[in-house]
Design a protein around this ligand. Structure first.
Ligand code: F6R
Length: 532
């Protein structure tokens, strides 16, 4: 999607009219797809002026409108039929016989939709489709969760759309509750699409569109599957760049995201005092803000966040009001969340699961971390949610966990646990390659050494890893049973061994679960924080 950011609505209207005019000049008998609503009114004004000056000629143009309220009389002041007549058709030299709008007066809306869809298809298809965008991401009247393959159809308007449209009617009751609309598939068949967005009330949805993945809960994101879409928005609607910060025990990572792409990344060392960490982060934010038009900063931190206060065992944060302190120092709006939540948000927004609404991120590290996204939102019901590493996987005789329980998943499937299992097994198999590596490495094993031993055909190492996979599979099945996610994403050092991990793991799974390997790995936290 190409993005054109205009200074104001006037510039947006002129640019959009320029694209329509160019289309008519290139193909005088072109087919336009047109929208109503307040946004394209300025564009229509510009087109009228161009036509009246003789710069463009509508005489051979055919136009199909996106939608019409249902039921509504054509002469109702609020009908889209009337809107198009008043705002464009009556003021340019278009032949009214070449203008088509779904018939809101029909007794048979289903048949009317079929007729309209056929009419569009038989015309040869829309050359240029103009769209506005609703605050909930609707295009045409394809409301959230519209299906990708829908054709022209009768649809019920959501409450938020009815409320948004109420401004055009005298009372709420007068606002039609249904509409006939081109479907997403109809829209996506257009050869070229121009999407218009103006005003601060569109900035949230524009941000989701530009920075997020394809998600049926925001229908406009489906435009990302089309090869030729231009978004023209004004400064108020444009969400600006977002800066994500991921605080780790060793490094603090920064990432600037704009227009759905990573524009910049940097990292600094984590200082040892709370004051130094806050001052380092603030200075780096201020420096980056000097280069990028950053409107929001998100910060991911390990530890527990309760009422805005961060407490963390591995960092010098003890009920530290991180959000407030950094906002004060940088004078920008800051939002803080747990780092595992951020990483999950990063994965669903930029990783291998952008087509999902529900994922569980499982980070296999020193322990096991988890981030849960449901309906595109981070699950934050309380500060302990996502402690998936402490799910009991071995009910009897399980390994002791520092959390006080026994048999926790992270005592079998964290990288620490994998190394521990390998050490136990090496000691019990002193003729194994694994044991030799254990001795060579100062009586210690690591994930890397286990894989080295496997490369050298060590049966002991294969057994250790096979057991690890068994436990991993049982944990994943449990997560799938509890959350029913669209996918489970695995992250952490061991996942670089994708071939060794994924296929054997899938064979062990007794449930049909989609498992993905993290695409972003160490960058997921900062990218997700940017999206908070
Ligand atoms: C209009 C249409 C709608 C609007 C959208 C934005 O034909 O299909 O999708 O484009 O509701 O409306 P405005 O421009 O009024 O904010």
């Amino acid at each position: 999607m190409r993005v054109i950011v205009c200074e104001n609505y006037e510039e947006l209207s002129a640019k959009a009219a320029g694209l329509v005019a160019a289309q008519i000049t290139l193909k005088p008998d072109c087919i336009l797809g047109l929208a109503t609503g307040s946004t394209p009114v300025g564009m229509y004004g510009n087109l009228i002026a161009l036509c009246q000056k003789g710069d463009i000629d509508f005489s051979q143009v055919r136009a199909f409108n996106l939608d019409e309220y249902y039921p509504i009389k054509k002469d109702n002041e609020q009908s889209y039929c009337r809107f198009m007549y008043d705002n464009l058709f009556s003021k340019v030299n278009i032949d009214l016989k070449n203008t088509y709008i779904p018939n809101g007066e029909t007794d048979d809306p289903v048949q009317e939709c079929e007729r309209y869809e056929t009419l569009i298809r038989d015309s040869g298809g829309i050359d240029l489709q103009i769209l506005g965008i609703g605050q909930n991401g609707h295009i045409g009247f394809n409301e959230p969760d519209a299906t990708l393959n829908s054709r022209t159809h009768l649809t019920a308007l959501t409450d938020s759309t009815i409320k948004a449209n109420a401004r055009f009617f005298d009372t709420y009751d007068e606002v039609p509750k249904h509409a006939l609309t081109m479907g997403i598939a109809t829209i996506l068949r257009a050869k070229k699409i121009v999407l218009l967005a103006s005003g601060a009330n569109k900035s949230r949805v524009v941000s989701a569109l530009l920075n997020g993945g394809i998600n049926t809960s925001i229908p406009a994101t489906m435009l990302k599957t089309h090869p030729d879409v231009v978004l023209i928005c004004d400064r108020d609607a444009y969400s600006g760049a977002r800066l994500g910060v991921d605080i780790g025990g060793t490094n603090i990572k920064f990432a600037v995201v704009d227009g759905g792409a990573v524009q910049y990344k940097s990292a600094i060392k984590t200082a040892s005092s709370c004051e130094a960490i806050l001052s380092d982060i603030s200075s780096e934010i201020i420096r980056i803000m000097g280069e990028y038009h950053v409107k929001n900063v998100g910060i991911g931190t390990p530890g527990i966040i309760k009422k805005g206060l961060v407490t963390c065992a591995n960092l010098p944060f003890d009920k530290t009001p991180l959000e407030r302190l950094i906002s004060e120092k940088t004078e920008v709006s800051v939002c803080v969340d747990n780092d595992a939540n951020c990483a999950a948000l990063g994965e669903i927004t930029f990783g291998n699961t952008t087509d999902c609404s529900n994922i569980v991120l499982v980070t296999l590290g020193t322990g096991i971390g988890g981030g849960i996204i449901m309906d595109g939102q981070i699950c934050r019901s309380n500060e302990n949610i996502g402690e998936i590493g402490h799910m009991i996987i071995q009910a009897e005789g399980g390994r002791a966990c520092p959390c006080g329980q026994t048999g926790c998943w992270e005592r079998y499937c964290s990288m620490t646990a994998l190394a521990e299992s390998a050490e136990e097994y090496a000691l019990a198999n002193k003729d194994s390659i694994l044991y030799h590596l254990y001795l060579e490495n100062g009586n210690k094993l690591s994930g890397k050494l286990i894989f080295d031993a496997m490369d050298r055909g060590c049966p002991a190492a294969n057994t250790v890893f096979d057991r690890f996979l068994n436990y991993l599979a049982r944990g994943i099945e449990s997560l799938a049973n509890i959350f029913g996610p669209d996918a489970i994403v695995l992250a952490g050092g061991v996942t670089v061994q994708k071939d060794r991990l994924l296929e054997p793991l899938q064979k062990k799974l007794k449930k049909d679960v989609r498992v993905e390997i993290s695409k972003l790995q160490g960058d997921a936290g900062a990218l997700g924080a940017a999206m908070l």
